[in-house]
Design a binder for this molecule. Sequence first.
Ligand SMILES: Nc1ncnc2c1ncn2[C@@H]1O[C@H](COP(=O)(O)OP(=O)(O)OP(=O)(O)O)[C@@H](O)[C@H]1O
Ligand SMILES: [Mg+2]
Length: 238
Amino acid sequence: MYAVEAVGVWRFFSKTPVLRDVSFKVEEGLVFGVIGPNGAGKTTLFRILATLLKPSKGAARVLGKDVVGESAEVRRLITYLPEEAGVYKHLSGLDFLKMMKNLYDVDSKAVERGAEISGLGRSLGRKMGEYSKGMRRRILLASCLMVNPRLSILDEPTAGLDVEHSVYVRKTIKQHSAHGTTFIISSHNMLEVQYLCDEVALINRGTIVEQGKPSKLTSAYGVQNLEELFVKKTEETG
Ligand SMILES: Nc1ncnc2c1ncn2[C@@H]1O[C@H](COP(=O)(O)OP(=O)(O)OP(=O)(O)O)[C@@H](O)[C@H]1O
Ligand SMILES: [Mg+2]
């Protein structure tokens, strides 16, 4: 079974196509990166996979479940970190993890796991309104991972973070991937994508223009790194 299988997905906003005939598969256990310029359609695609938005045409299955017809089942199997997720300012980090544990109805150890994953130590007792952007992202990431999802969809998990927090987030993703969690992530940082992702899809103007293992893609195009490939392909298909 695939973690994700999208077949001919289209999404229109009013009459404008934002996703155009997107088809791809993600094998379980991979860290799969979706890259592409601003406005390419990455977040729209993620929201469809997370069942928050319906495809206008086509179909997508997540871990074998249809994102439209079996959306409740999909939601039980995945977690989703939105691009600009906010926090409950008046809750402490720990209370937030407890709330998420109850919401997901998972085992009582989940909160301990979340606290550990966040690495926030004593700051877990502070109100999240006092957290820095990096701390907020870490508590949100922890809440996504403490429930042991089969698939976690992370939309730009390190955007706007300093080096230390970015490294922490990447390390956490690597660790959980090593234990079998499948990830779909987006990022504008091609170094990060090259470091984290087993496979990438490059999306431009709503269409997947290239997909494969980073090392295979760079050698096929005779480029040094993903950034060069990105520039080449987006110019070609722009
Ligand atoms: N709810 C909406 N209503 C109308 N247009 C939308 C809506 N959501 C997204 N769009 C449009 O769809 C296109 C794709 O947006 P999307 O957020 O999916 O891109 P993205 O690849 O995630 O970009 P970024 O890298 O900036 O996050 C954009 O042109 C955007 O303006
Ligand atoms: Mg986006």
